[in-house]
Each structure stands twice: as structure tokens, then as C-alpha cells.
Design a protein around this ligand. Structure first.
Ligand code: NA7
Length: 538
């Protein structure tokens, strides 16, 4: 412990929505709290991901804090699904309204956190040489924070500017008059491509795997809709907390049509009529797509048919047609004008399934199908999801064991909240909790509330250490795997970042908990009301 270390009750890493609420909540209960944030301001994901077209895929009325009635009342969302600038404005408003900034240390990246069992304290070091000592350590580091830039030969030789969607320049980028290349067609690429195509002279899209992407159907939120939602907020929030995904259906936007029919019970004529009437949104109607591989394959064929109807050039339509993996195995991609972008004259689609990238050269990208000349390069290649940012920190627990070692075969936790061997360390929306499968803000609030109650219980009972039992952790990991089995998320043909499959060498383990927000909350509440069953409190 260094002499100059700041002494605290809780250190929170990250000032995104998780860290901001944790600071507010723990401060309210009288704890001395400090948030350490790598960025220069609040917002987390929404601070870093400023790429053109960045937008939330959960309705804004729901993707917002519920802990303060006044906050809910006073904030007016303008669109069904908010774009990044509006969400960042909201994060700033929250920081101002609750006076959060005075306890956040910005431009500060945590490099190490070691637990000292004798004192029962975490010793936290920052890259800039700062030291903090704290009873509790909360990792609010976000699930998609560590950008993945694939190691492509010659990448450092490229002569023009290079960007990553997850680290977009705050001053924005002017692509006018430039030939732009973009690698990656996940959510970030799919959102950025239509907007960059409008600005650039030419856009070349390098696609390794086409996605099943469904139109958002986003539109402005009318005054009337907003007022009606506000009037029902209590009911909405109650329903969210009991729901599967942390959101309810009914706010509009095609992504939020509740499925009610069975695809396998439809006739060909009925399917045709559904596609004619609702286009891609028709795929939202069917319950059995998520459950039955046969229904799923039928839906995949409908999807490909809809692509053929939308994209004029048949070869481009074929390139955009996903094959060989089910709908629902990856996180759903919600788009605005994506497929139409490939009808533009200034957009070229390179299907890397027909010949991959060989190297990057100063003037472009060489593939086995030929060389594509570009002036600027955008990586939309995703993140080392869920564990990347946590494991970047040198975290050592009770016996000096490092978390990197403990998670060598994949992340293990009890309830996605704590790890055996690492007392008083909490992960907010950590692996093993519903997290990325849900409306993140609802899941964040549930975790922070649970942690806050746990700390209050410890303080009331003069307990200084909380840590899961090894057996309870093992049983939880088994349960997480068990419920994911048989779903499209773990289909044998599925390669998703949920499974760590996007990072070479990363252990393949399904990381989030599929059980749903409502069921998960019940389990957590049951554990705490049963004397924190499975946790060892000393
Ligand atoms: P994703 O969904 O991980 O998408 C990354 C994309 O980059 C995906 O199309 C990848 O193809 C592609 N990729 C990755 N590495 C390469 C290489 N080496 N060559 C070519 N293409 C590559 O990240 P996003 O940022 O779009 O979205 C992440 C989440 O943020 C999203 O799910 C939402 O929750 C918000 P692949 O599919 O691996 O073949």
C-alpha cells in the first residue's frame, strides 16, 4: 500500500451507465466512492462509439434509467430508438443532475487491482501512477469496450487514415471525396455503412459473414406517444423487470413486434402474403423460429427471398444472403436502409467468402479476388466482448491468483456478480448474468441495487468480506451452460462473440445467462433473502 493512496469504501471502474448509477447509489448509502474512467467524460459505450449511424436498438423510453421518477419525467426522448448523440446528452444530463462528476476521475485507466487479505482491502493502481485503497471494487467496465482489430498483414503500411467504430474521433470524420473501405458487417458496420456511403465518393464493404439484419422501423417519437409512455412508466418498468429481455413490446419499431404465430403452421401462400405485407418485419411474427431448427431454416429462406426482392443486382443479393447458420445465433442486427445501400452506384460489396483478405498495402486491400484501392480504412470488427476489458487489468485475488489464470478456460462466476477467490469484487453485468441479451440499463440497475443491498447487509452485520463458495460457482456455471443448450445461440454452426468465437484463441464458452431478466432477478433475490446462499460472508 503506498502512503499517498486514497482510502475509499468503493472504487468503481468505468463511468458508463453502470458506473454512474453505482456511484449515485453507493454514495446515497453513505459510502466514500470514486469512479475511475479511461475516457475524458461520462457515457461509456456511448462516449466511445460515435461512428456515423450509431444508434441503440432498444426503444429509448426503455433504454433509460428507472431509479429516479423525476429523471424519467423531465427527460424527453425524440426518437423511438435514440441515436448516439442523444444518448450521450442524456448521460451528461444524468451526470450533471446528480452531481456525479466530482467523484469521477477521468482520463484514468486502471492497470492493476490486488486484494490484500490481511487488511481486507483492494489496492488499485492506475496507468498514470495513481493509487487507491478500497473495501469494495466494482467493475462497471462494459461488455463491449475492448475494440478488436484483427491482425492483418501490412496493416501498419496503410498510407491513409484508419478508424475503428469503437474508438471514433470525437470531432467526427469528413469522408467527402474519399474512397473508403470498411471491414466488418456486424451491428456497427451495418449502422455505419449507409451513412458513410452517402458521404464518401466510393465505399467498398469487405464482408466475411453476411448477417440477418432486420429494419429498425425507427421514427420520431411524437409528443403524444412520449406523454402516454410517461403516464404508464411505473407499469412499464414493473413489466420490464419481470420480462425475458428487460423490455416490453409495444413501443413501435419493427424490432419490437411480439411474435405470436407458428411458421411451421403456415402455408406457402400465407408466407408470401406476410412477406408482401410486412417485408422483413414479417419474420418477427413467428415464435418457433427461436425454438425449432426446421422453422428457423424456413425463416432463413424467407430472409434470402426478401434480400432478392430488395437488392437489384442478383449477384450482390446472393453475397448478402447468410447461409449455414441460424437466425438468432448472433445478436440481432437492426438496420436503417442497409440493404438499399447496395443498390447505390458508389458502393461495392466484396464477399470475402469468395476469397479472403491477404494483406493491406499502402493504397488499399489485397484479396485473393483482386486489389481494392482506398483512401481511408474503417474497422467495424467488433470487440473482445464481456471479458476483454476486465482481463486487461491485472486483477489478483485472495491468494495472489490472477483473474486471467482463473478464467483461462473461460469466465466462471457466481450469478455473474462475483468470482471465487476474489472477495469484495463485483462485476456489473458480468459474464454469467443476462447482460448483453437484455436491455442493459435494466440489468445494470438490478445488479447495482443487489450489490448495494449486499454491502448494506455486510455493514449492518459487521462483515468485511463476501465471496462465492467454489461449489455454488460451479453449479451456477453449469446452470448457465445448461439453459443455453438447445437454443439457436449455441447451435453447432454458430460463431458469435457471445461464445468468444470472434477472437482467435479465446475459450469457447457461452458467456451471458439465457434465463431472462425476470427469472434471474428472482434467483438473485432468493439468494440474498436466504442469507446470501452460496456466498461466504466473514
Ligand atoms: P461484431 O458484431 O463482432 O461484428 C464484427 C464484424 O467484423 C463481423 O462482420 C466480422 O465478421 C467482421 N470481422 C472481424 N474480423 C474480421 C477479419 N479479420 N476479416 C474480415 N472481417 C472481420 O461487432 P460490432 O461492433 O458490429 O457489434 C458488436 C455489438 O455492438 C453488437 O452485437 C451490438 O450489441 C452492439 P464475422 O461475422 O466474424 O465473419
Amino acid at each position: 500500500m503506498t502512503a499517498a493512496a486514497v482510502q475509499l469504501d468503493a472504487v468503481v471502474v468505468g463511468a458508463g451507465f453502470g458506473g454512474m448509477y453505482a456511484l449515485h447509489k453507493l454514495r446515497e448509502q453513505g459510502l466514500r466512492v470514486r469512479v475511475l474512467e479511461a475516457g475524458a467524460d461520462v457515457g461509456g459505450t456511448w462516449y466511445w462509439n460515435r461512428y456515423p449511424g450509431a444508434r441503440c436498438d432498444v426503444p429509448s423510453v426503455e433504454y433509460s434509467y428507472s431509479f429516479s421518477k423525476e429523471l424519467q419525467e423531465e427527460w424527453d426522448w425524440t426518437e423511438i430508438m435514440a441515436a448516439q448523440p442523444e444518448i450521450l446528452r442524456y448521460a451528461n444530463h444524468v451526470a450533471d443532475r446528480f452531481g456525479l462528476r466530482k467523484d469521477i476521475v477521468f482520463d484514468t485507466r486502471v492497470s492493476a487491482a490486488h486484494y490484500d487479505d490481511a487488511s481486507g482491502r483492494w489496492q488499485i493502481e492506475t496507468e498514470a501512477g495513481g493509487s487507491f485503497v478500497s473495501r469494495f471494487l466494482l467493475l462497471a467496465t462494459g461488455c463491449l469496450s475492448e475494440p478488436n482489430t484483427p491482425p492483418i498483414e501490412g496493416a501498419d503500411q496503410f498510407a491513409g487514415p484508419v478508424y475503428h467504430t469503437g474508438r471514433w474521433p470525437h470531432e467526427g470524420v469528413d469522408f467527402s471525396g474519399l474512397r473508403v473501405g470498411i471491414i466488418g458487417t456486424g451491428s456497427s458496420g451495418v449502422q455505419a455503412i449507409p451513412v458513410i456511403a452517402e458521404a464518401a465518393e466510393h465505399l467498398t464493404v469487405f464482408q466475411r459473414t453476411p448477417n440477418y439484419t432486420l429494419p429498425a422501423g425507427n421514427r420520431p417519437l411524437s409528443r403524444d406517444q412520449l406523454q402516454r409512455a410517461k403516464a404508464r412508466y411505473e407499469t412499464i418498468r414493473r413489466a420490464e423487470r419481470r420480462s425475458q429481455g428487460g423490455f416490453i413490446f409495444g413501443f413501435g419499431g419493427n424490432a419490437f413486434i411480439a411474435p405470436t404465430e407458428r411458421l411451421l403452421e403456415t402455408t406457402e401462400e400465407q408466407r408470401e402474403a406476410a412477406m408482401d405485407a410486412d417485408g422483413f418485419a414479417s419474420l418477427r411474427r413467428y415464435l418457433d423460429i427461436a425454438l425449432d431448427p426446421e422453422a428457423n431454416e424456413l425463416a432463413c429462406e424467407m430472409y434470402r427471398e426478401l434480400v432478392r426482392r430488395q437488392v437489384r443486382d442478383p449477384d450482390t443479393a446472393e453475397k448478402l444472403s447468410p447461409r449455414g447458420y441460424p437466425i438468432g445465433c448472433k445478436r440481432p442486427v437492426i438496420d436503417t436502409g442497409y440493404l438499399d445501400t447496395f443498390n447505390r452506384d458508389n458502393v461495392t460489396l466484396v464477399d470475402l467468402r469468395r476469397g479472403g483478405i491477404e494483406r493491406i498495402v499502402p493504397t488499399g486491400i489485397e484479396t485473393s479476388q483482386g486489389t481494392f484501392e482506398i483512401d481511408a480504412l474503417v474497422y467495424a470488427t467488433g470487440f473482445d466482448a464481456m471479458t476483454g476489458t476486465i482481463l486487461r487489468i491485472d486483477i489478483r485475488g485472495r491468494d495472489g491468483e490472477s483473474l486471467r489464470e482463473a478464467w483461462e478456460a473461460g469466465p466462471c462466476s457466481y450469478l455473474g456478480l462475483q468470482v471465487h477467490g476474489f472477495p469484495n469484487l463485483f462485476t456489473i453485468t458480468g459474464p454469467g448474468s443476462p447482460s448483453v441479451l437484455t436491455n442493459m440499463i435494466i440489468s445494470i440497475e438490478q445488479h447495482v441495487d443487489w450489490i448495494s443491498e449486499c454491502i448494506a447487509y455486510m455493514d449492518a452485520n459487521q462483515l468485511s468480506r463476501v465471496e462465492p463458495e467454489a461449489d455454488a460457482q460451479r453449479a451456477w456455471v453449469e446452470h448457465v451452460n445448461e439453459v443455453a443448450k438447445g437454443t439457436m445461440l449455441t447451435a453447432p454452426t454458430c460463431q458469435s462473440w457471445y461464445l468468444g468465437a470472434n477472437i482467435p484463441g479465446k475459450p469457447r464458452i457461452f458467456m451471458p445467462y439465457v434465463g431472462g431478466v425476470g427469472q434471474y432477478r428472482e434467483i438473485c433475490d432468493d439468494v440474498s433473502s436466504d442469507g446470501y446462499r452460496g456466498f461466504r460472508l466473514r
